[in-house]
Design a protein around this ligand. Structure first.
Ligand SMILES: [Zn+2]
Length: 303
């Protein structure tokens, strides 16, 4: 927009609320906030780009979002391979500061959940990078960041908030504390949809790509939670970990040593003969709170 010289003068003058514009319409009154709209439109363009990136790209690899897509407690979307690659690189100290800012709170895949997303109709060109890849299965609207979207954490379904409210009938007078997911019927605690407080990181309802200020508040909650956990470990709540993990060495000559050895051997045998788990050890270990995650990512425990 080309600003006429008269308007420019008024823009520089902080006390002038109105400017008289002598245009073809014979002199219309332009408010000051009309005049500063140029700057606003530039900011909107930037915001649109950010919004488009949030709903079409993996937060870490920047590749186009494609299933399997993972979501974290902050409502950020990732491609599964993008997260795994990041965790591997972070384990080797090769992750960038911006990546750590986005996903530094993730300890492993257990901090994420696979999002159940509905692909947009196939009429969209797959290679059209502008198209939004997913829609709300309830309203069929493209997930483009122009309305609030939730992920129901127990089942992973990603739906528009308005769709969930309309189909589940959640209201302040709801007697039940849970509602069934409108898509898959898995119950979720709907308190977050009723109470008007800021989103909580442990809620069953996670807002996907929430406004920046909400996400910042949740990052603070995560940091506070981490601190509390660390404190508990330091003060040895439930016993000192190191003492519990390290098995005492046995003096064979000590009284009762033979029996203790027998018990230990029996326990080892039982563990060895335990039925195999559904997932391979390497996959299962990704979900465990194992301290040796670097080895896990490097596949050293797979053998
Ligand atoms: Zn569901």
């Amino acid at each position: 927009m080309q600003l006429c010289p008269v308007i420019k003068i008024f823009l520089c003058e902080p006390h002038s609320i109105q400017a008289r514009v002598s245009g073809n319409d014979g002199g219309s009154i332009a408010r000051r906030d009309d005049l500063v709209r140029t700057k606003a439109s530039v900011e909107t363009a930037d915001k649109d780009e950010v919004r488009h990136a949030l709903w079409t790209q993996c937060r870490l690899s920047k590749a186009r979002l494609a299933k399997p897509v993972m979501v974290d407690r902050l409502g950020q979307l990732y491609n599964k391979d993008g997260v795994i690659e990041y965790l591997l690189r972070r384990g080797q100290g090769e992750a960038s500061a911006s990546e750590n800012h986005v996903a530094g709170h993730l300890k492993g895949l257990k901090d994420l959940r696979e999002a159940s997303l509905t692909p947009a109709p196939t009429s969209h060109d797959r290679h059209d990078t502008d198209a939004y890849p997913f829609v709300c299965p309830l309203t069929q609207r493209a997930l483009n960041g122009k309305f609030r979207v939730v992920c129901l954490w127990p089942c992973g379904c990603v739906l528009s908030e308005s769709g969930v409210r309309e189909t589940t009938g959640v209201s302040k007078s709801s007697a039940e504390s849970t509602s069934p997911c409108p898509v898959c019927n898995v119950p979720f605690a709907h308190a977050a949809l009723i109470e008007a407080h800021a989103p909580a990181i442990n809620s069953d309802v996670v807002w996907v790509n929430p406004p920046a200020e909400e996400q910042t508040a949740m990052r603070e909650q995560l940091a506070a939670q981490k601190k509390t956990k660390r404190k508990k470990t330091d003060t040895g709540a439930g016993g000192d970990k190191r003492t519990r993990v390290q098995a005492p060495t046995l003096n064979d000559a000590a009284p009762g040593a033979y029996a203790a050895n027998q018990v230990r051997r029996a326990q080892e045998n039982a563990a060895r003969n335990a039925p195999p788990t559904r997932d391979s050890e390497a996959v299962a270990s990704l979900y465990r709170k194992s301290p040796s995650k670097r080895d896990v990512w490097l596949g050293k425990q797979a053998s």
